[in-house]
Design a protein around this ligand. Structure first.
Ligand code: UD1
Length: 363
């Protein structure tokens, strides 16, 4: 069986790693990996391939950055001849980035089966580009692999046939569990001169948070208060870096003594950093899940989440971007208000094995 897999952006790499590993164990599978090149910086791409031991992609489409239409269109045009060259039995796409929908659409129009890993997640917020990518990808997929019960419920409500939906667990957590011990060997805490676990970790990259100076300024107001208690380590995403470099907020951030911006970190450094943090503040999707398994309090700086299990039984609280609300939630978590999270069903490190079993069975 020929399986062609697509990755494009940073969060895709953690999701494809355990699948590539699992294909390698199965004699019947010939796997092909295509990188769209949506993310191309060393620190956003190559570093993850090395650390997670993902095989070098067979093809890199090298699309780079652009508006949504340009990026999506370029990926589609460059992917089509690659796909007709390999003509696989199934295309596997992961997550919710532009590469996911672009390659999914090309595959189904050629009559090739499409599998979506991390299907069914919905934030209910159509202003998020990822929400559009999720809805569209799910509506054209043949095999939909869900990480949590809400995913199954959403798909059934949208009229997807039950026969196409599979509850398999979370490949991102497979990667976390596979790398936890290795990550402990990272010297990142020394490099950043952090003592014990008395620090916070922050990431921000959602357009709704970083492209609007008022929203970003409000988040900085809250960070100013938190930084009085502990250092805040802030690996800065390229999109966010651009925003700080182009306006006055960069100066303000530079003056906050306890806010420590760094370059984007690799997977192992970042996993160690998160595991040892007292609290994580983020607008990322994946980190809501990772902090649940690491049992670290997480404040999500968004008004909604497509991963509700992390707030229901996990360590996540959805706090939005209002500074007073962020500070209140931070104090609540630090003063005993945070409860030890449970583990979501099937987040056990075996999601990739289940997915590959199902693909072999169905195809
Ligand atoms: C993309 C995904 C988002 C995911 C995020 C993780 C979409 C719609 N969004 O957002 O869901 O959470 O990746 O990082 O697919 N840039 C670089 N170097 C790179 C990549 C990007 O400098 O290697 C800069 C460019 O200026 C680019 C900007 O970052 O214009 C945004 O990159 P893009 O791929 O459009 O989206 P992300 O914001 O990274």
């Amino acid at each position: 069986m020929k399986i062609l897999n697509v990755v494009g952006a940073r969060p895709n790499f953690m999701k494809i790693a355990p699948l590539m590993n699992e294909y390698g164990r199965r004699e019947k599978i010939h796997s092909i990996l295509v990188h769209t090149g949506q993310h191309y910086d060393d620190k956003m791409s190559d570093l993850f391939f090395n650390e997670l031991e993902i095989p070098k992609p067979h093809v890199n489409l090298e699309v780079g950055s652009g508006s949504h239409a340009v990026q999506t269109g370029e990926i589609m045009q460059r992917f089509e001849p690659v796909l007709t060259g390999y003509w696989p039995d199934v295309v596997v796409v992961v997550g919710d980035v532009n590469s996911t929908i672009a390659c999914g659409l090309v595959a189904v129009k050629l009559g090739i089966k499409l599998a979506h890993v991390e299907a069914g997640l919905r934030s209910g917020d159509r202003a998020m580009p990822e929400e559009i990518n999720r809805i569209l990808t799910d509506s054209i997929s043949d095999y939909l692999f869900c990480t949590e019960q809400s995913g199954l419920n959403n798909l059934l409500l949208e009229g997807v046939s039950e026969k196409k939906i599979f509850f398999v667990g979370n490949v991102m957590i497979d990667t976390l569990l596979n790398n936890k011990i290795k990550a402990e060997r990272s010297d990142v805490l020394n490099r950043l001169q952090l003592n014990g676990n008395d620090f916070a970790v922050l990431t921000l990259h959602r357009p709704s948070n970083v492209d609007d100076p008022n929203v970003l300024g409000g988040i900085l107001d809250a960070l100013e208060v938190i930084a009085k208690d502990m250092p805040i380590v802030f690996p800065v995403h390229p999109r966010t870096r651009k925003m700080f470099d182009s306006g006055s907020l960069g100066d303000r951030m530079g003056k906050m003594l306890n806010l420590r911006p760094t370059e984007p970190l690799g997977y192992l450094d970042f996993l160690k950093l998160m595991s040892h943090a007292r609290i994580v503040l983020t607008d990322s999707g994946g980190m809501q899940e990772e902090t649940t398994i690491l049992k670290v309090p997480c404040l999500t700086l968004r008004e909604n989440t497509e991963r509700p299990i992390t707030a229901e039984i996990g360590s996540n609280r959805i706090v939005g971007t209002n500074p007073a609300r962020i500070i209140e939630a931070y104090r609540h978590a630090m003063n005993g208000g945070w409860r030890e999270p449970g583990t979501p069903p099937l987040w056990d490190g075996h999601a990739a094995r289940r997915i590959v079993d199902i693909l072999l069975d169905k195809l």
